[in-house]
Design a protein around this ligand. Structure first.
Ligand code: OMP
Length: 279
C-alpha cells in the first residue's frame, strides 16, 4: 500500500481528516509519568492508544525527540504505531540538502525510522526532494506556505515569472517533482488566502495543514480555502497537553474527537472534496 492509500483508508475507517502531532517535551508531560524510565514513550503511546480510532495520521516532530536525546524513543514509537494501528506516520523532519546527503536523510526517515511519509524543505530544489520521492510508496510533504509569522519574508518574494515563491513551489511540487504521484504540500492554517491560491495551482493534491489549536489558525477559514482536495489538519500541543493530570490521555482523546468532529462538520458545510485521493 502507498502512503496516500493508507491515509485514504484511515480517513474512511475513522471518518477523520485529523493528523495528530506528537511533540513531547519532558518538562511538560504529566508529573505522574515524568520520572518513568521511558516517560516520552509512555506519554506518546498513551495518546496513540486513546486516539487511534480518531486519527487519519500521526506526525511526530523529530526535534522533540532529538532534543531529549531520545531518538531511540522515536523509533520505538513509530514501531508501536505500526504494530498497534493501521494509521500511517508522517515523520516531521523538514530535511533537504545536496542530493547525496538528502539520500541519507531519506534512508534515515524511511529505513531507520520506518516512517510512511516525511516533511521536506524545498529550498535546495529537486536535489532536496527527489531522494525522498524515489521511495514511491512513501509520501513527501513539501513545505510551501508555512504557518509561522515570518513565513512571508522568503515565501512571498515575487519571482521573475510574476509568481510568489510559495506559488512556484506549489507549481513544481504538482508537476516536475511529482512523477511518482507521492507528493503533498504543507500549508499553514494561519494562511487561508495563500491556501486558496495553492489549491488553485495544485488541484486535488493533499495538503498537510498545521496551525490550528495552539497557533490560533481558524479552522473554518482554512477549510473553506483548502477544500477541493485532500486535507490533513494537524494539531499537536492542543491535543498532547489537553490535560496535565492522570486523565491526560482521556483529555487528549476528547480534544482530538472535538477537532475531528469540527473538521467534519465544516467540511460537510463546504460540500467539497476533502478526502485524500490517490492513483
Ligand atoms: O511541517 C510542519 O508540520 C509544520 C509546518 C508549519 O508550517 N507549521 C507547523 O507548525 N508545523 C509543525 O506542526 C506542529 C504544530 O504544532 P502545534 O502548534 O502544537 O499544533 C509542529 O510540530 C510544527 O513543527
Amino acid at each position: 500500500m502507498t502512503f496516500f492509500q493508507m491515509v485514504a483508508s484511515a480517513e474512511e475507517r475513522n471518518n477523520s481528516h485529523l493528523c495528530i502531532g506528537l511533540d513531547p517535551k519532558l518538562s511538560q508531560v504529566p508529573q505522574h509519568i515524568q520520572n518513568n524510565h521511558n516517560a516520552l514513550f509512555d506519554f506518546c503511546t498513551a495518546i496513540v492508544d486513546a486516539t487511534k480510532d480518531l486519527a487519519s495520521c500521526y506526525k511526530p516532530q523529530i526535534a522533540y525527540f532529538a532534543a531529549e536525546d531520545a531518538c531511540d524513543v522515536l523509533k520505538s514509537l513509530i514501531g508501536y504505531i505500526h504494530e498497534t494501528t493501521e494509521i500511517p506516520v508522517v515523520l516531521d523532519a523538514k530535511r533537504g540538502d545536496i542530493d547525496s546527503t538528502t539520500e541519507r536523510y531519506a534512508a534515515e526517515a524511511f529505513e531507520v525510522y520506518k516512517a510512511d511519509a516525511v516533511t521536506a524543505n524545498p529550498y535546495l530544489g529537486i536535489d532536496g526532494i527527489a531522494p525522498f520521492t524515489q521511495y514511491e510508496n512513501k509520501g513527501v510533504f513539501v513545505l510551501c506556505k508555512t504557518s509561522n509569522a515570518s513565513a512571508p519574508q522568503l515565501q512571498d518574494c515575487v519571482l521573475q515569472n510574476g509568481r510568489r515563491l510559495y506559488e512556484h513551489v506549489a507549481e513544481l511540487a504538482a508537476t516536475e517533482w511529482n512523477g511518482a504521484g507521492n507528493v503533498g504540500l504543507v500549508v499553514g492554517a494561519t494562511m487561508p488566502e495563500e491556501a486558496l491560491a495553492v489549491r488553485e495551482i495544485v488541484g486535488q493534491m493533499p495538503l498537510l495543514i498545521p496551525g490550528v489549536g495552539a497557533q490560533g489558525g481558524s479552522l473554518e477559514q482554512i477549510i473553506a480555502a483548502a477544500a477541493g482536495g485532500g486535507i490533513l489538519i494537524n494539531s499537536a500541543r492542543a491535543i498532547n497537553y489537553a490535560g496535565s493530570g492522570e486523565d491526560f490521555a482521556h483529555r487528549a482523546r476528547s480534544a482530538a474527537k472535538a477537532l475531528r468532529d469540527d473538521i467534519n462538520e465544516m467540511a460537510r458545510q463546504k460540500n467539497k472534496q476533502v478526502f485524500v485521493s490517490y492513483t
